[in-house]
Structures are given as structure tokens and as C-alpha cells.
Design a protein around this ligand. Structure first.
Ligand code: DAK
Length: 256
């Protein structure tokens, strides 16, 4: 049983709602374990094509749970190896969309940055306040933000630890869309449902190839893209997509 998340699904979209509202969804270890286990479960579930992560009106997540974290030592962290759970998020093959209302700070921002698309409310606040606690982002924040906005801007934001508005985040390419606060979940679900109509195998092969672009050389990336292109031709969906085009009808993709 989950203690810190709510889980449900709706027409091919698996939804995980972070649910620790009294502490603005601060992420403790159990909550991260629950999120990651549920992501993996949705990833293996054939009836789910797209995953949505959301918080509540006040917060997506205001960071890692500071009370839980404050007494860690280098050795306790080494033995717990808590980042191994976070690494699993990058292995999820299906699209993950983040619906962000309110605060997405520290580990909460990192959780959103592990998602493929981020839809935010006009009043969402992003940032890495870790420097004010005497530490630094630890779940990929320095890497994700730098890839999005470049070294100088990332250093400025992470050094100062200030909160970034949704407009600023959009300007730097950190998020995808901004909508009114009451429409964030609706818009994210609309986008998620649009993705459920696309060919699921093509969608996952695209995800793998696009994410690889940040890590590999152009030539390596092109080779991966090509292999995924060939692989798409082994799917029934490729036949269906191309037949539907020639027959002038809407394709019906099965994820096979
Ligand atoms: N941890 C624990 N409690 C938190 C929290 C957090 N990150 N953020 C908020 N809360 C709690 C507050 O203590 C308060 O609790 P009560 O006093 O009511 O018991 C309640 O949530 C409501 O917060 P506020 O009263 O402060 O609400 P305000 O609207 O006045 O302020 C705020 C909202 C978001 C500006 C403020 O709460 C705030 O500055 N929160 C802390 C932000 C922050 O510093 N976040 C942590 C950054 S460090 C790791 C993975 C990831 C990370 C680390 C390790 N491993 C895998 C090992 C990531 C690290 C971080 O995220």
C-alpha cells in the first residue's frame, strides 16, 4: 500500500499524485520508493501508454525532506545508495509528463526534470535552494539545468538559489508550456491523451533517441536513431500507420 502517493489510471494514462500536502510534498525516501515502483509498474502495464506525475495546487514538491536528510553522513549515504532509486526513473521507457502547480524546488525540481515534458501553472516556482542549506543539487539538478540553459545561466541560478518563475523557466527551455493554475492538470491530461493515440513503439524509440542526444556524439546518436528506425519497421504499428495513410483513414495503433 502506498502512503505518500495516490495512483489511478484513465484511458491509457497512468497518474501518480504526490500526496504529502502538510509538508508541500517534501520527498522522503519512502515517497521516492513509492513513486519509482509505481513508474516501473506503469511502464510494464500494457494498458498504460503515458504517465503523468502531479502534485496539488500549492506544490509539485518543495524538495527532499530536509528533516529526514539533515543527519545523513557520507557513510550513511554510501550505504543507503539513495540515488540508485532516482537513476531508475531515467530507465522508464514510456513518456512521463509533469503537471506542476506551485513549488518545484530542489529534489522536487529534479523530479520534474526527470520527466520528459513539463506543463506548469503561471504561478509555478522552480529553483534549487540547496546552496542555502550548505549543499548542492544531488539528484541530477546541476546536469539537467546546465543542459537546458548552458553553463553561465545554470551557475547563476544554482549559486544564487533563487526561485525561477514559470515564464523564466519557459524562456530557458526548462519547461514546455504554461497555463492558468486551474488548467494545469487538464492541459497535461489533454497532451497525455494526445500521446496515447500515437504509435507506442515509435514513441518509446523516439524517447530513447532524443535523450541520447544529450550524452553521445552526433555520429553515435545517428547510429542509435537509425537502429531505432529499423526496429520501428518490425512493428505492426508501422504497417498500420502506412496502410492507414494510403487508405486515407485514421490509424489505430496497438503498441505491437
Ligand atoms: N522538507 C521538509 N519540510 C518542508 C520542506 C522540505 N523540503 N518544504 C516545506 N516543508 C514544510 C515546512 O517545514 C512547513 O512545515 P510546518 O512548519 O507547517 O510543520 C510546511 O512544509 C509548509 O511550509 P512553509 O510554512 O515554509 O510554507 P511557505 O509557503 O511559507 O514557504 C517554501 C514555502 C517552499 C518557500 C518553504 O517551505 C521552503 O523554503 N521550503 C524548503 C525548500 C527547500 O529548501 N527544499 C529542499 C532543497 S534540498 C537526495 C535526493 C534529492 C535531494 C537530496 C538528496 N538523495 C537521493 C539522497 C534534494 C535536496 C533538496 O531538495
Amino acid at each position: 500500500m502506498n502512503k505518500f502517493i495516490n495512483v489511478y489510471s484513465e484511458d491509457g494514462v497512468g497518474i501518480i499524485q504526490l500526496d504529502r500536502p502538510k509538508v508541500l510534498n517534501a520527498l522522503n525516501r519512502q515517497m521516492v520508493d513509492e513513486i519509482v515502483s509505481q513508474l516501473e509498474s506503469f511502464d510494464r502495464n500494457d494498458s498504460v501508454r503515458v504517465i503523468v506525475l502531479k502534485g496539488n495546487e500549492r506544490a509539485f514538491a518543495a524538495g527532499a525532506d530536509i528533516e529526514e536528510m539533515m543527519n545523513e553522513t557520507p557513510l550513511s549515504l554510501e550505504l543507503l545508495n539513495p540515488f540508485a532509486e532516482w537513476d531508475k526513473i531515467s530507465l522508464i521507457k514510456k513518456p512521463i509528463l509533469a503537471a506542476v502547480n506551485g513549488f518545484a524546488l530542489g529534489g522536487g525540481f529534479e523530479l520534474a526534470l526527470h520527466c520528459d515534458l513539463i506543463i506548469a501553472s503561471e504561478d509555478a516556482k522552480f529553483g534549487f535552494p540547496e546552496v542555502k542549506l550548505g549543499v548542492l543539487p544531488g539528484a541530477g539538478g546541476t546536469q539537467f539545468l546546465t543542459r537546458a540553459m548552458g553553463v553561465r545561466k545554470a551557475l547563476e541560478w544554482i549559486w544564487l538559489g533563487e526561485q525561477m518563475t514559470a515564464r523564466e523557466a519557459l524562456h530557458y527551455g526548462v519547461i514546455n508550456r504554461i497555463v492558468a493554475p486551474e488548467l494545469v492538470v487538464e492541459e497535461t491530461m489533454r497532451l497525455a491523451h494526445q500521446l496515447t493515440k500515437q504509435a507506442p513503439i515509435a514513441i518509446r524509440l523516439i524517447k530513447e533517441a532524443v535523450h541520447a542526444a544529450a550524452d553521445v556524439t552526433l555520429q553515435e546518436g545517428k547510429i542509435l536513431e537509425r537502429k531505432n528506425f529499423y526496429l520501428a519497421f518490425s512493428s505492426e504499428d508501422q504497417k498500420e500507420g502506412m496502410c492507414a495513410f494510403t487508405e486515407k483513414r485514421t490509424p489505430s495503433f496497438k503498441g505491437k
